[in-house]
Ligand binder design. Structure first.
Ligand code: SF4
Length: 444
């Protein structure tokens, strides 16, 4: 007897923005797959397209609006979600024909809209969904989102206005997800949130059992538990609060990667106060020096904003002096640009001219490139374990413990025959540039 098989409805997905948005995309894709939808590889093959947008700065808004326009032109049925969705009028002004607009983390609303415009198959293929969910990253690394929202109110940022206050995920749920990822072959977990060091504050650090012991929903306890999984654990979006010091000891003991991504944003106390930054009163130089004493191999990455309203030559000179002393390994720098709805817009009469912002950014990046080159040169001759991301001809492009994917440098392994994507390799560094390293194989 011939069995009639209904075709699964197909959804196209465009994911823009930061790792936190990527995690939102993964959750929606996981739900779609759980309900029997297939993910289409092209606009033409899709019955409907979801665009997960970013709305953080003007260029991201433009990119998101262009992506929506492209999906409409190529497919016609488009649901918009993500950060730009928090400002629906901006989308409707350019693209009034979109089917639905929702803000970030509105998984239920996205799914309800998908059901309305593209009903699911009658029987959900629950068994199609792998335990670790759907990953958009390569198989060997994955982002782990531990909380949503943020209790701070930085004056240049509007994230709390649409993501709300901090809501941490229960500790056992986070650890189970991490375990599933490792079982699925993930070798590096990147911990993300808006404020990783604040994890669990809203839960009053509630404990839950995991692997036979009570674990508290607390930054240190979570890092210690993740460190038991035997894979690389990399921390992003940490603030320099005193309780972070304890986690440096886990790094020194090789439990988690000696890597901290701390968005310092500035060094002038006056500007940090105007920015309303968390931990603005901490003596960050002292703290960095103390961390390096405990974990000499620690890599510190950060981002900065130059040209914030009211930033004087003196403030900028303070920032440059700070960087000279801090010797940060990895640095990104943005010229300040106002974001609709941010409280810093009230400082408009203190705006810094564009050419000054530009000049300051160039000077800042020049200094950071010199620091990076000098620090990388010290690694020549050293042996280290790296993780392979790509194969390029006879070379492999890998990352060391100092390199987060997409934002940091790489280690190019010459004559990497036999290596595949996702492999560990033990290498010796033979050459250093401003941001990247070259290595030869020690043992496959
Ligand atoms: S810490 Fe500041 S910049 Fe980061 S999400 Fe919270 S308010 Fe925005």
């Amino acid at each position: 007897m011939k069995t009639l098989k209904r075709m699964a409805p197909k959804v196209g997905f465009v994911s823009l923005g930061c790792p936190k948005a990527l995690v939102d995309s993964e959750r929606i894709l996981t739900r779609l797959r759980a309900e029997g939808y297939e993910v289409a590889a092209s606009y033409a093959a899709a019955d409907l397209v979801i665009v997960n947008t970013c709305g953080f700065i003007d260029s991201a808004v433009d990119e998101s609006l262009d992506a929506i326009g492209e999906a409409l032109a190529e497919n016609g049925k488009v649901i918009v979600t993500g950060c730009l969705g928090a400002q629906p009028q901006k989308i409707l002004d350019r693209h009034p024909q979109v089917l639905k607009i929702t803000g970030p983390q509105r998984y239920e609303e996205v799914m309800a809209s998908v059901h309305e415009h593209l009903p699911p198959l009658h029987e959900p293929f629950l068994d199609l969904i792998p335990a670790q969910g759907i990953k958009l990253t390569p198989r060997h690394y994955a982002y782990l989102k531990i909380s949503e929202g943020c209790n701070h109110r930085c004056s240049f940022c509007i994230i709390p206005s649409f993501r709300g206050d901090l809501v941490s995920r229960p500790v056992a749920e986070v650890l189970r997800e991490a375990e599933n990822l490792v079982r699925a072959g993930v070798k590096e977990i990147l911990v993300v949130s808006q404020d990783t060091s604040a994890y669990g504050v809203d839960l009053k650090y509630a404990a839950q059992p995991w692997r036979g012991a009570d674990r508290r929903a607390r930054f240190f306890d979570l890092c210690a538990a993740l460190g038991e999984l035997g894979v690389w654990i990399r921390l992003h979006y940490v603030y320099p609060y005193p309780h972070v010091d304890q986690v440096i000891e886990l790094m020194a003991a090789n439990k988690i990667l000696p890597y901290l991504d701390i968005p310092f944003q500035h060094a002038s106390a006056r500007i940090l106060k105007l920015m309303k930054r968390p931990a603005a009163a901490e003596n960050t130089l002292e703290r960095i020096a103390a961390w390096r004493r405990v974990a000499p191999d620690i890599t510190i990455r950060s981002t900065f904003i130059v040209g914030f309203p009211g930033e004087t030559d003196q403030d900028f000179a303070e920032l440059m002096d700070w960087l000279r002393i801090a010797q940060l390994d990895r640095v990104g720098c943005f010229e300040y640009s106002p974001i609709e709805g941010a409280s810093a817009n009230a400082l408009v009469e203190k705006s810094v001219p564009d050419e000054v912002k530009h000049e300051r950014r160039e000077q800042f990046m020049e200094l950071s490139a010199q620091i990076s080159a000098a620090r990388l040169a010290q690694k020549i001759g050293r042996k280290m374990r790296v993780l392979v991301d790509k194969i390029q001809g006879s070379d492999a492009i890998a990352r060391s413990p100092s390199d987060a994917p997409e934002i940091d440098g790489t280690v190019k392994i010459r004559k990497a025959k036999g290596l595949s994507v996702g492999d560990w390799a033990d290498v010796q560094i033979i050459k250093a540039g401003a941001y990247d390293l070259e290595a030869k194989i020690e043992s496959p």
